[in-house]
Design a protein. Structure first.
Length: 418
């Protein structure tokens, strides 16, 4: 009895899933069927087929990505198999000195026009787009036909029951038996078909990885150049200027030593104060490059020191004691610093929680604040820079920030040294 109940539940679930697969896979054929019907209705004109079939082609292109997105979602929900979309991401749009906007392909008069042109060009040149279009042509004759068996069997049973002849009713009973027998299995081809035709080929994955590494190398080069310019500017405007003033004060004091000792002593006191200030500035500069506490005591204690200096009421919790490779520790430290600064400056938060944990492959750092939320990641913003900084180590950043808060940012970095 229990097995019969389990079979009935499986048949019901399978029937619903088969109907869903059938509806999704037949969306594009329905567009073409409507185009054919419109062509027949406009019959008589030899050119009457152009408009309906142009609209059908546009509808296929417009529906291909949503249809494939629904298939990926269904496969992930029903079987747990995640099929990455693999779409190319549009790059940033930059305003030039001439006032025009450059989107990587052409110059446009406004940011909106530049982004629209960029989105269309990126989508048309993306191999994943045409993989989706191919899938919409393959899906109806593969998983669509199989998924149609249970609904067709039920339809045959209903039509047979409405007919007076015995043969029609027997055919209806046979259709019902076929529908019940096929229902638990009719939806299952969706997974192998989707994996076979929607998954990104290894060659394209490798090519995407090469492009990603190339972009990361360019980002690192730009970041290093910007850091060098910042250090040079800080030295020029701060310590260097004070040291020049210190040298002039010492030279003047040397000349006044015999004629005006009091003035010379005053200049020496000013020089000593200037030297102390220069030393403090140099220490702050070194701290900004690589905090000494990070080298001496590790990432967690360095973040605790950072939290103590923050205007937020920050709490640091750690389930583990660890020492990571210095580049990873530095990236995570400055990532936490960036998030705390954003929480104060943009989210107007009052409290923050920073936690360190370990998962199966590396370290996970959560930074949560009670700010107003609604975080938007801009291509030229700090969060996008944080993602690029961690992507060098194959790390990732996940952001959960509903409007009204709270905001939770999770940084994950694989690491073998844990």
């Amino acid at each position: 009895m229990r097995q019969l109940g389990a079979w009935a539940a499986s048949a019901c679930v399978g029937f619903v899933r088969a109907c869903v697969v059938l509806a999704v896979s037949m969306l594009v054929p329905a567009v073409w069927a409507a185009a054919v019907a419109l062509w027949i209705w406009w019959g008589g004109n030899p050119w009457s087929w152009i408009a309906p079939f142009l609209w059908a082609g546009f509808g296929t292109f417009a529906l291909s990505r949503p249809v494939c997105g629904m298939v990926r979602s269904l496969v992930a929900k029903w079987t747990g198999t995640v099929i990455p979309a693999g779409y190319r991401q549009a790059g940033p749009v930059t305003q030039m000195a001439t006032g025009y906007w450059w989107n990587g392909y052409s110059y446009e008069r406004s940011s909106r026009d530049a982004r629209m042109d960029q989105q269309w060009r990126t989508r048309l040149r993306d191999p994943a787009t045409w993989r989706d279009v191919r899938f919409t042509a393959i899906a109806p004759i593969t998983m669509g036909l199989v998924a149609a068996i249970p609904p067709a069997g039920v339809a045959a049973a209903v039509l047979g029951a409405l007919q007076p002849s015995l043969s029609a009713r027997l055919a209806g009973v046979l259709g019902l038996v076929v529908a019940i027998a096929a229902a638990p299995y009719a939806w299952r081809p969706v997974e192998p078909v989707a994996v076979r035709f929607l998954d990104t080929p290894p060659a394209m994955v490798l090519a995407g990885r090469v492009d990603e590494l190339t972009a990361q190398r360019a980002d690192v080069t730009v970041a290093q150049a910007a850091e060098i310019r910042r250090i040079e500017r800080d030295l020029h405007d701060g310590a260097q200027a004070r040291l020049v003033t210190l040298g002039l004060s010492l030279a003047t004091a040397e000349k006044l030593m015999e004629t005006d000792p009091d003035r010379a002593r005053a200049l020496l006191r000013e020089a000593r104060a200037g030297a102390a200030t220069s030393l403090t500035e140099l220490r702050e500069l070194v701290k900004g490059i690589n905090p000494p506490v990070l080298n001496e005591r590790g990432l967690i204690d360095a973040v605790r020191a950072l939290a103590m200096d923050s205007p937020l009421e920050a709490v640091v919790s750690a389930e583990i004691r660890l020492r990571l490779d210095p580049p990873i520790e530095s990236a995570l430290y400055f990532g936490v610093a960036e998030l705390l600064t954003n929480a104060v400056k943009h989210a107007h938060a009052t409290r923050a929680r920073i936690s360190f944990a370990r998962d199966g492959s590396g370290i996970v750092v959560d930074v949560e604040d009670d700010g107003r939320g609604g975080v938007v990641v801009r291509a030229d913003g700090g969060l996008a820079g944080l993602r690029r900084r961690l992507s060098v180590f194959d790390g990732a950043v996940e952001i959960t920030s509903p409007v009204g808060g709270p905001t939770l940012v999770r940084m994950m970095v694989p690491c073998e040294s844990l």
